[in-house]
Structures are given as structure tokens and as C-alpha cells.
Design a protein around this ligand. Structure first.
Ligand code: GDP
Length: 452
């Protein structure tokens, strides 16, 4: 999970505070000090952390809170809100619309993950029914065109570039023109990077921008630089009209929190984060669901969005109907495992469920987790229809579990473990009972309900 360590430390601090018999100044201070330490370790700017602490103390005035007030809840909510405020970067200057041609230009330093991110961005939109295309105007880095070509071919996305032409402005203009003619609705231009911010880079960016008239300029930044992201984001903003930011490598760096908050402090809207080297390790950045996940509270909107990606369209209404009726059966769990194994990436889906990523799908152990899920499915293959279609775990008594263990060649302990996993999932999914079935694009309302 993204920023698992930071999230873990903050939620532990909140938990400790919640466990205290009496919430007084001392308990609150201890909790806030723990959170401060965790944020500073993540390289969040000292000023931001200090402001956050002051704000929380202002909101949570223990003396003014009459007895009977739920202090724990008020403190938790204040921490949640302040973290959201710290990471909230605002809205991008432009949001491309499906079916309407848009040009999006990517800029950033060399090695930031710009080329990889261009393809991820294209692939993300392609899966949602867009017609993206990639233009390689990076003539500075040897191999940039080959890399883009390779990625684009893998994702079956049309691309344009040249081995012979050395003028990036010419390539960019030609590529954009060609894909406009081909009715692509998202034309992505990858520009050159440099090792550091230098005049030549900014001049080239300006020229490519002049020639392609992008609707949106996306600045790609590596999160491992932590709070130094502030200066980098400012420098790019001053040289080109940055309308949105994508922060990469959020998977492997303790400083990710620092980078995100630093970018937010420059009021540059982060729209996606990169969470790995693979094409689909790419997530929409939306501050509230992000903080929810950070604190182990889950991210229902992201999860529902993923359902739309991984569950075949024809199964979605039926599945959501069953869930809204509160019928999370073993058969549904089986079918979801099937879908997820087929379409992956499994870790991303489960990390959006509260408490799940750490237990069922720990990051970096996806192979083991997949094996576990396959084992569960083998056991479920030995179940009767009555067992699969029941949402009453009490039906699964010891003799049934013995039979399933024998039938699947597993130990009864494993069947029991699977049933525990089922009960936990059923509890979480049970929250969907009675909810209006959302259509695509209606996820935020659902998210608000689930996180309430
Ligand atoms: P560019 O020079 O800015 O175009 O950077 P590249 O796209 O070539 O990426 C540089 C390196 O960063 C490559 O090894 C990528 O695989 C890697 N990379 C890009 N994004 C991510 C990410 O989100 N997570 C991780 N772990 N690696 C990434």
C-alpha cells in the first residue's frame, strides 16, 4: 500500500488515543506528537506539521467540550480534516473530456518517470473507453522513443516519433496533427527532460507548447525528493503553465508524504500518483479517499471504480444488486476472486478495502496472496450450491468444514481460515446493504456514505 508506514504510524497514534480511558491534554498531546514524528519522518515540511498541530488543538479545545461529547470522534475527525487540508492540491486547470480532442503535454526532469507515466495515463484512459495516442517529442534522451514505442505497442496505443528527426518541436507538431486527423481524443506529448532545471529545458518546453497548444500541461515529479518537491514544482510552474501534477514512485519511498504535501503547498493539483513500474500501477489522486486509505479506513470510491474495471460489465448490475441487498455469499466471493485473478492487479483492489491490504494482500507478496486465493477457490470448489449461496456463516458447521477439507485435500484449519476471511469480507461488504446502486460516475456519493 502507498505510504503504508506513515499511515500505520498515524492510525496507531489515533488508536492509542482512542484506547485511553480519559482523554485529557496529556493524551491528546501524546497522540499529536506521535503524528508529528511520523510526518517529519516522511519529510513533510516542519511548518506544515506545526500548523496542523496548532489547528487541531484549536478545533479540539478539551476544556470547551462538554462531558458527553464524543471527544475521540472529534479528535479523529480533526486529524482527518487537517491531513486532507495538508494534502489538498486543488483542482486541475483543465480536465479532458472523452470524445473531444485534447492535447496533453508532459514535462519533468529526466528520470522522474515521465515516459512511463505518459503510457500509464494513456492506458488508464484507454481502459475507460478513450482513444488516446502518444507522441514522443523527447529527442534529448537516447532510447526515449524506443521506450515509448515499446510501452505503447504493449498497450496497443498508437504512437508517433522519429529516429532521424532531432527537432522535438517538429515531431510534436506533426504527431499532434496526425492524431487529430485520426480523431484521437487524448493526444499525449512526451517532452524531453534534463538532469536539472536549466534554461535549455524550459526553452524547449515553451517551444513545444507553442507548437502544440496543449489544453493541459502535466508536470511529472519523483516523490523520492520529499519536501524538495516544493522548489521543483515552483520552478516548473513559473516557466510553463502547469495545470496538473503526477507524483511518481509513491510505492518505494518513505518521503512520499513529504513530496505530496510540498506539491500541495505550491497549489499545484496532483491528479494521479504512480505506485510501481507496471502500466497499471497508477491511481487517481483524490485527497479524501487517499487519507481514508492512509489511515486504514478504506477507499470505497476507488474500490467501486475498480469494480467497474475488473468486473465484466454484464455482471455489474447483478453484483451490485446482491450487495445492496446485503447478500454477500461465498459464491460472490468466489466470483470476485475469479475476476480479480483474471484481470488484476489484485493488490490495488484489495488495498482499497478497510483493513484488507495488510492482511490478505500485503504489498510485495502478491504471488503468495494469489496462491492463497487460489487455495480458497479450490476449497470452495468442494462446497455445495446451498453452502455457496448462503450468506449465513453459521451454516458452515464443523462436519461441513471437515467434508470440504477432505474434498479439496486441504486441512480443516485452512477451511476455517477461509471462513474467517469470508466473514471479514462479508462484514465490510455488508455496509453496502440498502445503498442506492451507483452508476458509473456516481461513486463519490457512495464513498461519502460508506466513509460516514
Ligand atoms: P523519464 O526519464 O522521466 O522519462 O523516466 P522513465 O519513464 O524512463 O522512468 C525512470 C524509471 O523510473 C524507470 O525505471 C521507471 O520504470 C521508473 N518508474 C516510473 N514510475 C514509477 C513508479 O511509480 N514507481 C516505481 N517504482 N518506478 C517508477
Amino acid at each position: 500500500m502507498v505510504l503504508a508506514q506513515l499511515g500505520g504510524s498515524i492510525s496507531r497514534a489515533i488508536q492509542q488515543m482512542s484506547n485511553a480511558t480519559i482523554i485529557d491534554e496529556k493524551v491528546l498531546n501524546e497522540c499529536l506528537n506521535e503524528i508529528t514524528r511520523a510526518l517529519l519522518q516522511s519529510d513533510v515540511q516542519f511548518k506544515l506539521v506545526r500548523d496542523m498541530q496548532t489547528n487541531i488543538k484549536k478545533i479540539v479545545n478539551l476544556d470547551d467540550l462538554a462531558a458527553g461529547h464524543n471527544k475521540r470522534k472529534i479528535i479523529q475527525q480533526a486529524i482527518f480534516n487537517e491531513l486532507c487540508k495538508m494534502l489538498d492540491p486543488g483542482k486541475p486547470s483543465f480536465t479532458p473530456k472523452k470524445g473531444k480532442p485534447s492535447v496533453v503535454m508532459f514535462v519533468g526532469l529526466q528520470g522522474s518517470g515521465k515516459t512511463t507515466t505518459c503510457t500509464k495515463y494513456a492506458y488508464y484512459h484507454q481502459k475507460k473507453g478513450w482513444k488516446p495516442a502518444l507522441v514522443c517529442a523527447d529527442t534529448f534522451r537516447a532510447g526515449a522513443f524506443d521506450q515509448l514505442k515499446q510501452n505503447a505497442t504493449k498497450a496497443k496505443i498508437p504512437f508517433y516519433g522519429s529516429y532521424m528527426e532531432s527537432d522535438p518541436v517538429k515531431i510534436a507538431a506533426e504527431g499532434v496533427e496526425r492524431f487529430k486527423k485520426e480523431n484521437c481524443d487524448l493526444i499525449i506529448v512526451d517532452t524531453s527532460g534534463r538532469h536539472k532545471q536549466e534554461a535549455a529545458l524550459f526553452e524547449e518546453m515553451r517551444q513545444v507548447s507553442e507548437a502544440t497548444k496543449p489544453d493541459l500541461v502535466i508536470f511529472v515529479m519523483d516523490s523520492s525528493i520529499g519536501q524538495a518537491a516544493f522548489d521543483q514544482a515552483q520552478a516548473f510552474k513559473q516557466s510553463v503553465a502547469v495545470g496538473a501534477v503526477i507524483v511518481t514512485k509513491m510505492d518505494g519511498h518513505a518521503k512520499g508524504g513529504g513530496a505530496l504535501s510540498a506539491v500541495a503547498a505550491t497549489k499545484s493539483p496532483v491528479i494521479f500518483i504512480g505506485t510501481g513500474e507496471h502500466m497499471d500501477e497508477f491511481e487517481v489522486f483524490d485527497v479524501k479517499p487517499f487519507v481514508s486509505r492512509l489511515l486504514g479506513m478504506g477507499d470505497w470510491s476507488g474500490f467501486m471504480d475498480k469494480i467497474h474495471e475488473v468486473v465484466p460489465m454484464d455482471q455489474q448490475p447483478e453484483l451490485l444488486q446482491k450487495l445492496s441487498e446485503g447478500n454477500f455469499t461465498l459464491r460472490i466471493m468466489y466470483e470476485q476472486f475469479q475476476n480479480i485473478l483474471k484481470m488484476g492487479p489484485i493488490g490495488q483492489v484489495f488495498s482499497m478495502l478497510p483493513g484488507f491490504s495488510a492482511e490478505l494482500m500485503p504489498k510485495g507478496r502478491e504471488k503468495e496472496s494469489q496462491a492463497k486465493i487460489k487455495r480458497y477457490m479450490t476449497m470452495m470448489d468442494s462446497m455445495t450450491n446451498e453452502e455457496l449461496d448462503s450468506s449465513n456463516p453459521k451454516l458452515m458447521n464443523e462436519s461441513r468444514m471437515m467434508r470440504i477439507a477432505r474434498g479439496s485435500g486441504r486441512h480443516i484449519r485452512e477451511v476455517m481460515e477461509m471462513m474467517e476471511e469470508y466473514k471479514r469480507l462479508a462484514k465490510i461488504w455488508g455496509k453496502m446493504k440498502g445503498l442506492k446502486i451507483p452508476k458509473k460516475g456516481e461513486m463519490s456519493a457512495l464513498s461519502r456514505n460508506m466513509n460516514a
